[in-house]
Write a protein of this length. Sequence first.
Length: 134
Amino acid sequence: MSQGGYATAAASTVRLGDLLVREGLITRDQLDQALVEQKNTGMRLGYCLVKLGFVQELEITKALARQYKMPAVDLSRFEVDPKIIKLVPADVAVKHMVLPLKREGRTLTVAVADPRTTRWWTISSSSRATTCSR
């Protein structure tokens, strides 16, 4: 959490494609092909790279976690308490593509499909967006 109570997902200044090239996961030519695909389809770069068979989805997830300085969570290995899931209304969870994972006191940890969407979450709005009490 940053000061002011806002959860942040501060991305590094390195773009995803450049990060993957630098780490040797894809070539510059593959990145260029995926960027053309992205421009033509409007899909996200990571999706295009996976669709083209250049990289596995797990590698995109790990790279995004590094880029946004957030932990990656393998949800297939995570058992979520049904009581925790109910803390975020279904419409909010679907709209923001989040999954509540655990609660510790007044802190609710959520998994996000896209790290760029975490700005919706603030301490001040969490009591309105969830059923957590103050």
